[in-house]
Design a protein around this ligand. Sequence first.
Ligand SMILES: *Cc1c(COP(=O)(O)O)cnc(C)c1O
Length: 393
Amino acid sequence: MTKDLKGKRPETVLTHAGRDPQANFGAVNTPVYRASTILSASYADRKRAKGEREPRYGRRGTPTTFTLEDVLAEIEGADAAVLCPSGLSAITTALMAFLRQGDHLLMADCVYGPARNFASKLINRYGVETTFFDPAIGAGIGALIRDNTKVVYLEAPGSQTFEMQDIPAIAAAAHARNCIVMTDNTWATGLFFKPFEHGCDVSVHAATKYIVGHSDAMLGAVTCTHATYGPIREMWGLLGVAAAPDDVYLGTRGVRTMQVRLEQHQKNATEVATWLLGRPEVAQVLYPALPSDPGHAIWKRDFTGASGLFGVVLQPATEAQLEAFFDNLELFGMGSSWGGYESLAIPADPSDNRTATKWAPAGPLIRLHIGLENPLDLIADLEKGFKAMHRMA
Ligand SMILES: *Cc1c(COP(=O)(O)O)cnc(C)c1O
């Protein structure tokens, strides 16, 4: 029997959700069931209608999968979850579940680039039209909603540029016209933002980031309400986007410690971001947890924490100076993805991914992921990068 976690606090939920040790010889963790074929006990059993949680074929899931689905649904306050092999497949599965020929999609201008590509390069081929909108639109979204608008898709804060969105105001306007509201909740996770308490109907995750948390497995998740679960589970089945059991196991293993990791990411990121604010090389720090950030008021109202990823707009610098900065960092690795235990720094340029707004910063943008190292060492590392930059001046 899994435990009744109603009213329990997030740390407790993360520790106990989805586990049933006595169903697994007392083992604390649900094991990795590597299964394609699942044998029926008898002819009658083979013919019997199976419940959704009864394993019948590897792609349809096993207890390994159901465990993580339950944990993710519990921590987000969702009614159910579906796992996919990547964050991007979770996004595309959720969108396809609700969009058909002739429909209209509204998408925030700041969403993850490949989500945008799916809208502008793939579903447009099947007769779905997309309008991108300024993430600061708030209740003004009402003016963009058409009779055929089906989905309003958000991501707060936005990819690379970290704009907050007034999700409750957008959701109220969208629901008044019967639209489904989806948000990409990868940055905050279900621990720092509760999408369903703020008007969302679907939440998507790159579990690759904080849920897996160790820069190894790729994984995605969609969490849903009772009303949105049916179409999403159906689309998931039609597409065959099942996550692999070993990756799911790593996701479950990672998520058990997500609260302590996120608290530390937040503490370290705040320390590094605050230090950066005082640096002469820095024009702007894009981190909603800072009082100087334009999204701070909304973040404070709706979110309970901030994770370790933020943007830094530098003062104007040459390519040679940027090269010197990045190549002289020792602790910060240069790589895509984020959400692992280690720090990352990459150059970023979202200008090609904006159509409703214009990205015109004072200088080059860098994206930092602040890991679990001691923040004083990270600050010293960045200082070393800045020194190298000045030598190129
Ligand atoms: C990385 C990322 C994704 C995509 O996840 P993958 O697992 O890489 O497919 C989606 N949304 C956001 C905000 C991301 O950062």
